[in-house]
Design a protein around this ligand. Sequence first.
Ligand SMILES: NC(=O)c1ccc[n+]([C@@H]2O[C@H](COP(=O)([O-])OP(=O)(O)OC[C@H]3O[C@@H](n4cnc5c(N)ncnc54)[C@H](O)[C@@H]3O)[C@@H](O)[C@H]2O)c1
Length: 258
Amino acid sequence: MFTLDLSGRRALVLGVANHRSLAWAIAKQLHAAGATLCLTYAGERLQKGVEELAATLPGTLVLPCDVTDDAQIDSVARELGQRWGAIEMLVHGVAFANKEDLEGSFVATSREGFRIALEVSAYSLINVANRVLPLLEKNGAAIVSLTYLAAERAVPSYNVMGSAKAVLEQATRQMAYELGPKRIRVNAVSAGPVSTLAARGIKGFVGMHKDHAERAALKRNITPEEVGAAALFLLTDMSSGVTGEVLYVDAGYRIMGV
Ligand SMILES: NC(=O)c1ccc[n+]([C@@H]2O[C@H](COP(=O)([O-])OP(=O)(O)OC[C@H]3O[C@@H](n4cnc5c(N)ncnc54)[C@H](O)[C@@H]3O)[C@@H](O)[C@H]2O)c1
């Protein structure tokens, strides 16, 4: 029998900026299922807000981790190695692109803009997993990241973020293959549009959000809780036979032909 009791299991969650963050929706579900959490934040500006959120989930650690800084990632690995000795779940909810690269011409993406988007939004999954690998290997683990349909379809304004998501999904498969023998599963949730800080940085997001609800099979948009629940499934033994997959939580938008 499979159960959703995560007591004794530890999750490292990257990507909480505020109460709207999808990583926060996942963190809340993990905590409710009994897991012990470590939330990380990117930059001092976010520290207080993340600490306030974490305080609502007793026992939750908060550490700094800008994914462009290997020293900060290594410091998280060291700290969790000392405190926990192992990590059973890794949640990656991190993405960034320069504002000017999320509007206008995709072919005009600058070399630096391309590098930043791919580094923060895709390479970080590979690099963080590698740097915490000794902790993930201990008991076996599940990794979940958050992706979007622009990985495989042309979506206006998503531009270089679509490129980053394509890499993230390829990395999901390649990592699943390589880490499978170590009992580490790697999957992604492809979420429909949700109004978050990152989403609102995309030009035309509001119109797209409305359009999505009209076209989706369920005739509505998804909720952050639905993303949290799908991630919970992929992070627990309920999905023990699933790896290298992208699970669409999009109210049935992707299946539509018109
Ligand atoms: N909101 C949506 O519509 C939607 C849909 C599909 C996928 N996603 C994906 O979900 C994930 C979470 O985004 P969100 O919508 O919750 O928005 P969000 O703005 O709440 O989360 C993005 C996170 O990335 C973090 N981040 C940015 N640069 C970083 C860096 N250098 N180091 C560490 N962290 C950094 C931010 O601090 C923030 O916590 C992203 O991968 C996003 O692409 C979002």
